[in-house]
Design a protein around this ligand. Structure first.
Ligand SMILES: Cc1ncc(COP(=O)(O)O)c(C=O)c1O
Length: 432
């Protein structure tokens, strides 16, 4: 066989090997046990500092009022006939396909609180039509990913931060809180069971969607006495469409806000997302991909689509500066945002700042030729460069894609290198 043909065959097999396997790990308890034993013996070298159990402090006893426990996890594996075929990597889209199993943890206050976690074949939920989640949006969700690295190991990226954010949203909505480490361990086991679904590709990942809903079937607007925490998994590829230059165009409409002071813009609750649809559709009609969310009379930049926003410009001292708005309650504390700030702060050729950025400032920087780049950042899309901003009667052309060594690309490469195991880093936690 000519070398080029065999090379492309090898590449195809690498990217599609999950579909070729005839032995299904998820129905093999032997393979599963082996994974668990390895995990137990593994050195905690990839564990982020905030996740590592403190060596000298015993953890407080976990009771059902405080949390569920991973050690109580019960697993019911799908029968071979219940397993779904894996989609082509090219068909994945975002959240269209789901894996063979899911995690469910019930909370019943009358029964003492959290019940035993269960992993089971993926199934529809049966929910009372009066459940508070359906009427008052007493619910929250998270989004993180499992990445298959170059070494074939599967990694999670800073899952402890998603757990922190989930608990903050639970508090705000009167939903029960829990021990984040315990949920990470349950999710880890779910991903291990469905590990064949983690794509063998660096452009795709397994998206993890933990969700907590108030299930109590009564109309009173109060903390639900029953709740359900579930986690489902979906193999995904790129989230946002881009223009032909590989960047997105965004539209800032000063008449709509995503969040307001004292609201829940800083919490990942479903009620923040439904009301963005009309504005996003309006932006699309005007030829833009996303909405740039502004706030206040000064038209402060807050977020873009469902991403945190970053601006790169030449500051008054002539230095290159990477700026993002501060966490003032209007902005979701993104895991990607935080990681970018922490990583880029170590780069000596870049000033990194959290600062208020107004539209006037963006326009002025652009007029003076000092605006270099704009980009959005989030788990779903990683980094999304922005090349055009529509605002009132302004059409701002941002030269993001014409920089010789763009910051957005450096940030993206660094994050991907950590997530896909090209470099070992404490942000990445090997789980399989
Ligand atoms: C409104 C909003 N902002 C920012 C982000 C990015 O957050 P993260 O980096 O944790 O995915 C998200 C995604 O979850 C989001 O929904």
């Amino acid at each position: 066989m000519p070398i080029r043909r065999s090379q492309s065959l090898v590449k195809w097999i690498f990217e599609n090997q999950h579909k070729l396997q005839t032995v299904r790990y998820c129905s093999s308890s032997l393979r599963y046990k082996e994974l668990e034993e390895n995990a137990a013996q593994a050195q905690p070298e990839h564990v982020a500092p905030s996740m590592a159990a403190p060596a000298d402090k015993p953890r407080p006893q976990i009771t059902p009022e405080i949390s569920f426990k991973h050690e109580d996890l019960q697993v019911r594996l799908a029968a071979p006939y219940q397993l779904n075929p894996k989609p082509e990597v090219t068909d994945l889209g975002f959240g269209k396909f789901f894996t063979d199993h899911m995690l469910k943890i019930n909370y019943f206050k009358q029964l003492g609180g959290w019940q035993k976690p269960e992993i089971m074949p993926f199934e529809n939920l049966s929910i009372h039509p009066a459940a508070k989640a359906l009427h008052y949006a007493i619910q929250l969700f998270e989004g993180l990913k499992a990445y298959r690295g170059v070494d074939d190991k599967i990694r999670l990226f800073r899952p402890d931060l998603n757990m922190e954010r989930m608990n903050l949203a639970a508090q705000r909505s009167g939903l029960p809180t829990f021990d984040g480490d315990e949920l990470i361990k349950c999710i880890t086991r779910l991903v291990q069971i469905d590990q064949e679904w983690v794509p063998h590709s660096e452009t795709s990942t397994l998206y993890i969607r933990p969700t907590l809903i108030g299930t109590e079937p009564t109309f009173g607007i109060m903390a639900p006495e029953t709740a359900l925490l579930f986690a489902i998994l979906s193999p995904v590829s790129a989230y946002y469409k881009t223009g032909s230059d590989g960047a997105v165009s965004i539209y800032a409409d000063p008449n709509v806000v995503r969040a307001f002071p004292g609201g829940v813009g800083n919490r990942k609750v479903g009620s923040n997302y439904g009301p963005t649809i009309e504005a996003t559709a309006r932006a699309a009609k005007l030829g833009h991909h996303q909405v740039l969310w502004l706030f206040g009379p000064n038209h402060e930049l807050t977020e873009v689509g469902a991403m945190n926003i970053f601006v790169v410009y030449v500051n008054e001292q002539g230095d290159k500066q990477l700026s993002t708005p501060p966490l003032n309650g209007l902005i979701l504390p993104g895991v990607t945002r935080r990681s970018i700030i922490e990583l880029a702060s170590q780069w000596e050729d870049l000033v990194v700042k959290e600062e208020v950025i107004t539209m006037d400032r963006v326009i002025e920087l652009n007029k003076k030729g000092r605006l270099l780049e704009m980009f959005g950042a989030g788990t779903a899309v990683v980094i999304s460069p922005i090349s055009r901003v529509g605002f009132l009667d302004h059409e701002i052309r941002v030269p993001t894609m014409s920089q010789a060594q763009p910051v957005y690309q450096r940030v993206k490469d660094t994050l991907l290198a950590i997530q896909y195991g090209h470099i070992e880093h404490p942000y990445a936690k090997v789980i399989s």
